[in-house]
Design a protein around this ligand. Structure first.
Ligand SMILES: [Mg+2]
Length: 388
């Protein structure tokens, strides 16, 4: 029997990059400040093998990267191609800590598999889509003037995205503040671009009560929104609460970003708590876990929308029939970038990366198909650990 490359070590590098025109207040989230500066920390994971092939994966999940210490001993010494075995073992090893880190390891292993077989991941998955319809996914609103601080700002930016080719626009409203301000903004944006692009609303679990979530939901119904995502402060965990919400609001709900891995996704769907399912390769056990959710959704006749932006997401979505839009997250009219500038072969994840067909491309090179700028990563490295 053919043996795959044996995993010999794992490196975790933390590095930071600058975000233009954003400033942090205290430990809170960054806000638009003209001329301001803030930094985002990302993680570069490298999985080494005995044949010299490395799996590389860059992401923003610092807490997941911390959990690699629980997984290193399970993974090192194993066949890098035996992803289903390693998925099950790493999932069990982290069952007490929310399955942190499982996805990061799995994605690096898919990168190894692609390089070993000389094929892009989407092709190993049997995928066919080379271009993915994409929505512009905004930062949260700003409380200081400029940026996304008014309903008009959000509508202007929607129009800009429409002109750039985006067929859809997802609003993350202000992090806090009155429900009425959100409702007025949702209606204003729909008045400007409704009917010309699909509109989504992601409250990221901000509303204090189910009643507030219903109130906003009625405005989204009136304006014809495409989906309503993570409305209230159960933090996306109550299937029963969302079944109730679905009886009161017409706009399709998109839930399950904040439950991890396959089984809770299926339970949530069967409990009728959502219309769309959400899958995230980092949170849900990698590309392996994401495809399990995609196929579970397919079996239930549901669509599965992939969360956030990077090459791992593009490959997974390219191999899914039942998925509508790729998320370009997060974009802002005059701040950013949100994603690190660490790709060498023309690949990037910024507002400007949309094609005139309203799509982004799926990388065609082996594995994830992206080359990393290691000079940048090592120059901006803030911490790290090597497991052998
Ligand atoms: Mg979300």
């Amino acid at each position: 029997m053919t043996k795959g490359p044996v995993i010999t070590g794992i490196d975790v590098h933390e590095f930071k990059f600058e975000v233009r025109n954003m400033e942090r207040t205290g430990r809170g989230a960054a806000q638009y400040v003209a001329g301001g500066k803030s930094h985002i920390t990302n993680v570069a994971l490298v999985v080494h093998t005995d044949v010299g092939i490395t799996g590389e994966y860059i992401n923003s999940r610092i807490t997941d990267a911390d959990a690699i210490r629980l997984l290193a001993d399970i993974v090192i010494g194993q066949d890098a191609l035996e992803r289903e075995y390693l998925y099950a073992e790493t999932k069990r090893a982290t069952q007490q800590v929310g399955r942190l880190g499982v996805g990061l390891i799995d994605i690096a292993l898919w990168d190894i598999a692609g390089k070993f077989h000389g094929a892009p991941i989407f092709q190993l998955l049997g995928g066919h889509r080379r271009r993915l319809p994409t929505y512009a996914s905004t930062w949260n609103g700003d409380e200081s003037p400029g940026g996304l601080s008014t309903a008009k700002d959000y509508a202007d930016f929607a129009e800009q995205c429409l002109d750039m080719g985006y067929p859809a626009y997802k609003i993350h409203p202000w992090r806090n503040g009155p429900v009425q301000r959100d409702i007025e903004m949702a209606l204003e944006v729909a008045k400007r671009v409704g009917g010309k692009m699909d509109l989504m609303w992601d409250a990221a679990c901000k509303y204090e009560t189910l009643a507030d979530a219903v109130k906003v939901g009625h405005a989204l119904d009136e304006a014809g929104y495409y989906w309503y995502e993570d409305p209230y402060k159960d933090t996306g965990m109550s299937a029963f609460g969302h079944k109730k919400l679905r009886q009161l609001v017409k706009t399709p709900l998109l839930m399950t970003e904040f439950v991890r891995m396959l089984e809770p996704h299926v339970d949530f769907a069967i409990a009728e708590g959502t219309d769309f399912l959400r899958a995230d390769p980092d949170f849900d056990g990698g590309i392996t876990g994401t495809m399990k959710i995609a196929h579970a959704g397919e079996g239930l006749g549901l669509d599965v929308e992939v969360h956030a932006s990077n090459a791992a997401r593009r490959h997974a979505m390219a191999a899914m029939r039942n998925s509508n839009y790729y998320e370009m997250a997060l974009v802002h009219p005059n701040a950013g970038p949100y994603n690190p500038p660490v790709f060498l072969n023309g690949y990037s994840e910024t507002l400007e990366d949309i094609g005139s067909d309203g799509c982004v491309a799926v990388p065609e090179g082996p594995g994830l198909g992206v080359e990393h700028d290691w000079d940048f990563i090592m120059k901006n490295r803030t911490d790290g650990v090597e497991y052998r």
